[in-house]
Design a protein around this ligand. Sequence first.
Ligand code: COI
Length: 355
Amino acid sequence: METKLQIDITKTSKSKLQETDFDNLVFGKTISDHMFVADFKKGEWTDFRIEPYAPLSLNPANATLHYGQSVFEGMKAYKNDEGDILLFRADANQKRLNESAVRMCIPEVPEELFMEGLMQLLDLDRDWIPNKPGYSLYIRPFIFATDDYLGIRPSENYKFMIFTCPVGHYYSKPVTVKVEQKYTRAAEGGTGAAKAAGNYAGSLYPALLAQKEGYDQLIWTDGKTHQNIEESGTMNLMFMINNTLITAPTNKGTILKGITRDSVLKLAKEMGYPVEERFLTVQELEKALIENSIQEAFGTGTAATIAHIAKIHLNGVDYELSSKSPDSFSIQVLETLDKIKYGKVEDNRGWIIKL
Ligand code: COI
């Protein structure tokens, strides 16, 4: 591979590949051999390197540990039958990482640094990319503050890192969700649109309460009125009602701009479905559930891909959703996405980088 940046590579002397059970992967537990690291010092990104995946040493006064100045991404690479690596919409993840970074006062990562670090890491760990349906290499780029300082101000030093994990399905069966109308994930003017570590921390407690009641995840509502459906803790949400695809808009700054969300909306339009980016109200959702007029409800996300929703809890009632027929939109769009990601059809949208 032709390189533009100087990236120092230290290969592991003991690969974990042979001892990895690729048939029993738990999402995010198995980490590939190497990681990419860059440091932000004195106002610039420097010291680009790929090293064996290993623990970091941090000072207890590290700013991220106390004030959560940290943003991340989730993206995936696939392998086609010829053994090529197919990287899905990496440019969109790179842009979103920087949008999150700006919101959290973190320095942006230049596109060239992001792409070169990623490509060289993937090239080195290409044997970690599974080559079977439903499996992929999950890629976790992230940036975090590294100042050892307890004063409240943006850190002056950061690390940008990327590591990868071979993964199967995040949800192995359709999910059950509860509409949350007490706790808030995001408010207008807040950080909801950023893929910031703290957003996930704040959502854990309400999600745990729902899990204790037997639901997999929450459906978040807006922080002001709790009357508008926003997203779920692990994915954006979509509803097919009267053959129209409805999903929450991203222009209020409270919704993560999902890349799978965007891909599904583009494919839906190509497939001729009317698409509405608007808030579905809790009242509308309840009416549609009572009248059984919701044809489909599903989540979209990099990790979750397309996750079918089997049950929605709202105002004390559990509503079961009927199981999907093969010609339902969510099944068809998942098949189309998979064909693009695994190189079964030609990519004419500029979504795939092959290496
Ligand atoms: C992703 O889909 O990439 C996420 O970051 C969500 C998380 C559930 C892993």
